[in-house]
Write a protein that binds this ligand. Sequence first.
Ligand SMILES: Nc1nc2c(c(=O)[nH]1)N[C@H]1C(S)=C(S)[C@@H](COP(=O)(O)OP(=O)(O)OC[C@H]3O[C@@H](n4cnc5c(=O)[nH]c(N)nc54)[C@H](O)[C@@H]3O)O[C@H]1N2
Ligand SMILES: Nc1nc2c(c(=O)[nH]1)N[C@H]1C(S)=C(S)[C@@H](COP(=O)(O)OP(=O)(O)OC[C@H]3O[C@@H](n4cnc5c(=O)[nH]c(N)nc54)[C@H](O)[C@@H]3O)O[C@H]1N2
Ligand code: SF4
Ligand SMILES: [Mo]
Length: 720
Amino acid sequence: MHVERKITFCRICEATCGLQVDVADNRIVDIKPDPEHVVSKGYACVKGTRYASTQHSPDRLLNPIKRIGNEWQDITWDQAIREIASKLNELIATHGPQTFGHFVGSAGGANVLAPMFRGALYSGVGSQRMYGTGTCDTMNKFRVNEDMYGSPMRLAHPDVGNTDFMLILGANPAVSGNTLYHLPRAAQRLGAIPKRGGRVVFVNPRRVESAVAGEHLFIRPDTDIYFLAAFVNEMIRIGSVDQERVDCFMSNFDDLAKTVQAWTPERQAEVTGISADTLRELVRSHDEAAGAALYMATGVNQGRSGTLCFWLLECINAISGNLDHRGGTLMGQGLVDMAKQVTDDPQMMTSYDRDDDFPTVSGQQPSGMLADDILSGQVTALIVEASNPLLACSNPDGRLDEALASVELLISIDLFRNEVGDLANYVLPATSWMERPEIPYALQSLAGCCPTPYMIYADPVLEPPPGVRHEWWMYTRLADEMGVTLFKNKALSGLAKTAARVAYRPVGKLLPGPELLIDGMLKSGGLPGRKKMTKHHPHGLLLAENHGGNFLGTDRVLTPDGKVDLAPHRYIATFDEQVERLFESEKRNTDRIKLIGIRQMRRMNTSSSNSPNLVRETTNYAYLSIQDADRLDVVNDDIIEVESESGKIEIPVRVTAEMMPRTIAIPQCWGHKNARGLRHAAKHPGVNSNLLAGDGPDNIEKLSGMSHLSGILIDVRKRA
Ligand SMILES: Nc1nc2c(c(=O)[nH]1)N[C@H]1C(S)=C(S)[C@@H](COP(=O)(O)OP(=O)(O)OC[C@H]3O[C@@H](n4cnc5c(=O)[nH]c(N)nc54)[C@H](O)[C@@H]3O)O[C@H]1N2
Ligand SMILES: Nc1nc2c(c(=O)[nH]1)N[C@H]1C(S)=C(S)[C@@H](COP(=O)(O)OP(=O)(O)OC[C@H]3O[C@@H](n4cnc5c(=O)[nH]c(N)nc54)[C@H](O)[C@@H]3O)O[C@H]1N2
Ligand code: SF4
Ligand SMILES: [Mo]
């Protein structure tokens, strides 16, 4: 057996760690961390090193399949594309283009080519109905970037290697691999901050794994808005504002100051669980640090005020003089200036094109409206790509199952027949990241969200099975068959369609495919093309360090006046309308329990559940504090009933000192009870905590369309 070692990088999470993959006969023999990768330097987690069990799973789909009643039939790609295109044209002719929806999941974010072709198909058809788990994840940040800096993709990242003070709210980078900026070896790199005399403080309702790198403070879920408002107010009171920088480079400081003036450290303490003294001490320490950065992620994004929270957090970074400053937060430079480019793309800029008052942000409509939009007849055809929204999204009492089952034409593009696939009319098998040529995530590669700037390109490690296809190919073939022009350009559209038509014929092997676009991206960044990158820089190529001082006062600030907007008027209005009101209800509910989620090292959302080498537990558990367990009279393995306004579940208990009292954590993305195409997952289904999350207008954050998935009020009792 001839074993060949190939160097690549993992695309399961945003850490994109370097990997060495030993391959024989087009199968993975072994995966190890790549010790020579320029940033991950020999780190990789178990999800990456055990990917073979997903890649070579006996459940992997190897041909397109079509559902006829309860039976599945293997069909050819010609038949699949022909039948789907014809049904789509029929539905669009009857109901108009908005009837054709799309839903993309997190794995779609790792794919650099698919989004261009997916976007081109939908804009060619004229449909804006593109949803995704982005509105379960992080759309609030894109909204704020657009309003403060002029583009959704102008995203600042902490200068982890040089900072003296980092405050991290609602994130657990040591397990999650971090999100929206590139930080492999997160535990080690954050742990280096206290070692060099700085501080890292985790603000989190759970004492998370990452907190071993620094300090930890409990905060009551979904109260970060009061903490952040008081932080800004206290900064202004003690004179921790870099007034010169604010005057030169920022607008509307007075409106910001006025908005937060009622929020004293004492007032926030009434609901957050963080004392006034602790907050004052943090603000002083932040003020004294030579470079300081605040960062937040999904735990705060998924609350009811995710956009307002990120706005205030970015204001703290900006008015303290830390934005665009070494040791603070930096604006990276990618291969191209994607942030500038998307400002010319109406699909990517915030619009209010729906009938309700929810925005489309960065190309995504609220996933929390999907069931409503389907059940009201607005969406009759839906492609779900790389996602399992039935488990990942709010699904009050299974309403999304009911909605997806009623879609006239449902298509799942996936490696497996997951729960959505099971309801679909067609499942189209896609290539895995091991089978794709790629550069890392767009935010890393094209927007430069990288504290250690570098670039890597990897050829496919494996030949895809003969019956699976890349997503770019599927979208292009559908466009061809439907008669849709791609890229609003007949010549380009013709080229793409020809490339797709011949891609799987012998002649296709001789012709360049869309990988050429990756060459184009590398070369626009002044780097060698793919061939030279693999030959000379297989472990990545370090790029010039970012020292700051390259953003404020330059044409990279894309707002109309070239200044950072510290008080977008919609935010002030929303703050005034919402924050006092929610504070009152918060005070009324201090005794009640709130629900949050947990990411687990061996599971990537729903995607790892079918891997016997990763998931051996038979169920997920509800984690609760010792105080709550005493009060509820439960011990480990007792079953509790958990009820919210939207649903009810039963789940076994684990008692732990990690949890803040009056808070329960349940690992999300479990609940594979209908997983007929995922045989291992079906053996350990666990419980879907998103049956407790509401959907529809009352459960969606108005500025970004984010679903309310964390900090949900619940009632808990021991099962009789
Ligand atoms: N309560 C609660 N709910 C949450 C969250 C939370 O914190 N709390 N987190 C939310 C977040 S941030 C997210 S992103 C979502 C995650 O949910 P999703 O975005 O749906 O992601 P996954 O479950 O990882 O992936 C779903 C499918 O992608 C398929 N897949 C994997 N790789 C590929 C590929 O290369 N191509 C294709 N076509 N398919 C592929 C897998 O087989 C799987 O069936 O969950 C959200 N739900
Ligand atoms: N192992 C693993 N890695 C993953 C994933 C996975 O499923 N498994 N998913 C990937 C995806 S899609 C994403 S988006 C990223 C997300 O990356 P992270 O955002 O770092 O994800 P989490 O680990 O869920 O961290 C969220 C934290 O918020 C806390 N929290 C919950 N509610 C609140 C609140 O109201 N306030 C505060 N301050 N904290 C709160 C939770 O206790 C939790 O520790 O992770 C990615 N990486
Ligand atoms: S941390 Fe993320 S990128 Fe690194 S090996 Fe694990 S799953 Fe892959
Ligand atoms: Mo996510």
